[in-house]
Design a protein. Structure first.
Ligand SMILES: C[S@@+](CC[C@H](N)C(=O)[O-])C[C@H]1O[C@@H](n2cnc3c(N)ncnc32)[C@H](O)[C@@H]1O
Length: 266
């Protein structure tokens, strides 16, 4: 190799090294995503921190922060579709847990004013209170709720009746009707036919048979409110009769659950 060629190569290498040194280190996608999530959390969720893992486990099977955030983003979107961004009066989140839905509603001033949440989970309610949320109540496994008659314009409950024995559903519907204003709407989810059909043989023995014969079944599981009530559409319609008009019923209206919108009669 001639001296001239060597010198040319040396100069090229020098240039390339200078160009490399000028490049800023590029943060990984994960780091960038974390920054975006932190910003969204600050702005959209009004600085409500993520609940600790044990509280996230109380409301679901997957405890990852991403799952908690995504589930809440989905449920809050549904709430906004139904009740809008500017509810004019109080709305109840029955079985609010540690605020999975609430955190995304806090962005909207009218929701900050009109949101009310209650749950049997004392620890979740206490955690929300400690983090600055007001209009919360601890409620009981059975009615009554700690609210006056006709207090709410509307209410919603994601996967709450799914953990309450079907024998209690009629009483709960009567109680939800009591706290709603005349004409007030409720959005509710239950687990039923779709879950039975998709889980099939994975269900505990006899559950599918019981469901098909009686229209409901109740499965016992360890953990915070992990028992599962399976109720069919006919069962739900019977429970609602005389109390609510059914405005919309979808078999897989919310994830794998039946989801329905009802309006208080009378
Ligand atoms: C699957 S979690 C759903 C929580 C919340 N709705 C959400 O979507 O994030 C079920 C919730 O219902 C609550 N719960 C169970 N029975 C209840 C009852 N009788 N009254 C109020 N909350 C109840 C549990 O403590 C738990 O927070």
């Amino acid at each position: 190799m001639s001296d001239e060629l060597l010198e040319q190569l040396r100069q090229q290498l020098e240039k390339q090294q200078a160009a490399l040194a000028a490049l800023q280190p590029v943060p990984s996608d994960l780091e960038q995503l974390s920054k975006v999530v932190a910003l969204l959390n600050k702005k959209h969720c009004h600085n409500l921190p993520l609940p600790p893992e044990y509280l996230r486990l109380h409301v679901g099977a997957k405890t990852s922060a991403a799952n908690f955030m995504a589930q809440g983003a989905n449920s809050s979107e549904r709430v906004l579709e139904i009740f809008g961004e500017e509810p004019a009066g109080p709305i109840l989140d029955w079985g609010c847990g540690s605020g999975r839905t609430l955190r995304w509603l806090r962005y909207y001033p009218a929701w900050r004013e009109n949101y009310h949440g209650c749950d049997v989970d004392v620890e979740a309610i206490e955690w929300l209170r400690q983090n600055g949320q007001s209009n919360l109540a601890v409620c009981k496994d059975d009615p009554p709720l700690p609210y006056a008659d006709e207090m709410f314009d509307g209410l919603f409950a994601f996967s709450v009746l799914t953990h309450i024995h079907p024998d209690k559903h009629r009483n709960w519907y009567a109680e939800l009707r009591r706290v709603l204003k005349p004409g007030g709407r409720a959005y509710l989810t239950t687990q039923g036919r779709h879950v039975v059909e998709t889980l099939g043989s994975q269900l505990p023995e006899g559950a599918a048979k019981e469901f098909s014969e009686r229209g409901f079944a109740y499965l016992k599981f360890e953990g915070h409110y992990k028992d599962a009530a399976l109720v069919g559409e006919d069962f739900n319609r019977q429970m609602l009769e005389g109390l609510f008009a059914l405005e919309d019923y979808k078999l897989t209206g919310y994830q794998n659950m039946d989801a329905f919108l009802v309006r208080r009669l009378g």
